[in-house]
Design a binder for this molecule. Sequence first.
Ligand code: 5GP
Length: 130
Amino acid sequence: MASIFSKIVSGEIPSYKLAEDEHFFAFLDINPIAKGHALVIPKKETDYIFDIEDSELASMILFAKKLAKAIEQVVACNRIGIAVVGLEVPHAHIHLIPINTIYDIDFSKPKLKFEAHEFKALSDAIAAKV
Ligand code: 5GP
């Protein structure tokens, strides 16, 4: 069965898309811990990020780098933090999180709420910078 994230790639489940190429897809996290919190995924479904083949993993990091540079231009922050957890969704993903302090990358804190139009405006602005 396809993962939630594969359904996002196929468009079966909607997302606020940020970028896409032949191998990777990026979109806004629906329960963000920071404004601009994004997820980068490989289109090929692999649960555990460290099971991804070397060259694909290297390319995934470079795709994430490109996206981080775009997020930085839209969301005021000190830098983009990077995290991999993967305990909720069994489809490898990199979290890109705009941060100012160490406390901004705390996954246990309450999630931020945004209206659909706010998510849309943010994703459009980031996508335009990729
Ligand atoms: P993890 O697997 O790294 O622990 O967390 C999975 C992340 O995916 C969470 O931050 C969660 O908010 C996000 N997420 C889960 N389901 C969806 C979804 O359907 N759409 C989007 N955009 N994000 C999701």
